[in-house]
Design a protein around this ligand. Structure first.
Ligand code: AMP
Length: 410
């Protein structure tokens, strides 16, 4: 370990005793692995991140139970090596189950399932729909299987929460065979986040249910969902996580004829267009500066015109989407903001709500200003037509809960 932090056996033993029956949550991305070890009562956790996988700068940033930060260099290390090191770091805590975030579950999965040979094969097969994510997710499952063949593993799909959408919301207006034979439909993503924050909002509101929420997950990836009585009825992402809102580097909705136009006019290949829409667009594309809203907000305050436009477009598109998604709700209780932007940017929340100016929404500016840095709370004025909430998302906690439930554990 490059951090040079030494821990005695006794320290480890007393640490381990506070993490009762923990579940390991793994979120394996294309070049990173996020992990969290969460106690049965959800009150204690160890977290970490392996990043820059495959590069010379590959490393694991690990935070111990005591809040100590370790950094372990694994130059050139890929997923397998990172997972091996992560499992070594966590082995002493005797986790009883592993829950994996898996991006695409296709049509088959509406809830978390225990991993078996069929499930693993499905995760791999669905690479066609999530080429960057599902292969990394499968690697995570196999790495744990190789080292701990007896520990039960569960997959929690990002798409599962949206399986309650009705056909009117999940079908595209395309020839039927594309759906019936090729499964071309809208799936939706960020399901664990939308599920977690809508459930939490229903728990903390004093409004009587059933509740109708619009949940706005605004981070580097952005999506919005209409949730009624705990069920997703419509969402902004579709077949892939590119549809819908403008994001950090993703365009969101564009004219479907853009591909053919760019191919004909600029000779761009489909791969080039795909990369442009996923990695060079959104806040980054418009501002020309960054995909990080903090950088763009600062530049806008200094008078940068493209930064100002990026923020205006982002807020306009979120507000417009929320307004249209409200049509899916039988009853509109309120809007729940989450994700790095939703949880922290007071001005972005205000501007989005200004876009929805015909809805009778009234903001309590002081309460709004206080909701930053992981605070949870409401910020609607007493005479607002609907409630407004900030609920910090906790996808790891939700995955741990679903993992325990799928295994019939407490
Ligand atoms: P996430 O993907 O949920 O971690 O969100 C990441 C994004 O949240 C970053 O790219 C920033 O744009 C945004 N963000 C985080 N903190 C702040 C903040 N204090 N103010 C504005 N935006 C923020």
């Amino acid at each position: 370990m490059s951090a040079g932090v030494s821990t005695t056996f006794d320290d480890k033993h007393s640490e381990a005793s506070t993490l009762t029956n923990p579940t390991l949550v793994l979120n394996c991305g294309s070049s990173s692995i996020k992990y969290a070890l969460i106690s049965e009562d959800e009150g204690t956790r160890i977290t970490g991140l392996a990043e820059n996988l495959g590069l010379d700068t590959a490393r694991i940033k690990h935070t111990t139970l005591n809040g100590e930060k370790l950094e372990i260099a694994i130059a050139g290390g890929r997923h397998e090596l990172a997972l091996q090191k992560i499992l070594e770091l966590l082995e002493q805590y005797h986790f009883i189950a592993v829950g994996h975030r898996v991006v695409h579950g296709g049509r088959e999965y509406s809830e978390a399932v225990r991993v078996d040979a069929h499930v693993l094969a499905e995760v791999k097969r669905l690479k066609v729909l999530a080429p960057l994510h599902n292969p990394a997710n499968a690697l995570g499952i196999e790495a744990v299987q190789a080292i701990y063949p007896d520990i039960p593993q569960v997959v929690v799909f990002d798409t599962a929460f949206h399986q309650t959408m009705p056909p009117v919301a999940f079908r595209y207006p395309l020839p039927k065979a594309l759906y019936s034979e090729h499964k071309i439909r809208r799936y939706g993503f960020h399901g664990t986040s939308h599920a977690y924050v809508s459930e939490r909002a229903s728990h903390i509101t004093s409004a009587t249910g059933p509740h109708g929420w619009l949940t706005a997950h605004l981070g580097n990836g952005c999506s919005a969902t209409a949730v009624y009585d705990g069920k997703s009825l419509d969402t902004s992402m579709g077949l892939t996580p590119l549809e819908g809102l403008m994001m950090g580097t993703r365009s969101g909705d564009v004219d479907p004829s853009l591909h053919i136009h760019l191919k004909r006019q600029l000779g761009m290949s489909l791969e080039e267009i795909d990369k442009m829409l996923n990695s060079e667009s959104g806040l980054l594309g418009i501002s020309g500066l960054s995909n990080d809203l903090r950088t763009i907000e600062q530049a806008a305050n200094e008078g940068h015109e493209d930064a100002k436009l990026a923020i205006e477009m982002f807020c306009y598109r979120v507000g417009k989407y929320l307004a249209s998604l409200s049509c899916a709700l039988p009853d509109f209780t309120g809007i729940v903001f989450t994700g790095g932007i939703g949880e922290n940017s007071v001005t972005t929340r205000t501007r989005i709500l200004e876009v929805m100016r015909h809805f009778g929404i009234k903001v309590d500016a002081d309460k709004n200003a206080g909701l930053v840095g992981g605070n949870e709370g409401s910020f609607h004025a007493d005479d607002s037509s609907i409630e407004l909430w900030v609920v910090p998302t906790d996808e790891e906690c939700r995955i741990a809960q679903e993992t325990r439930a799928a295994l019939g554990l407490k």
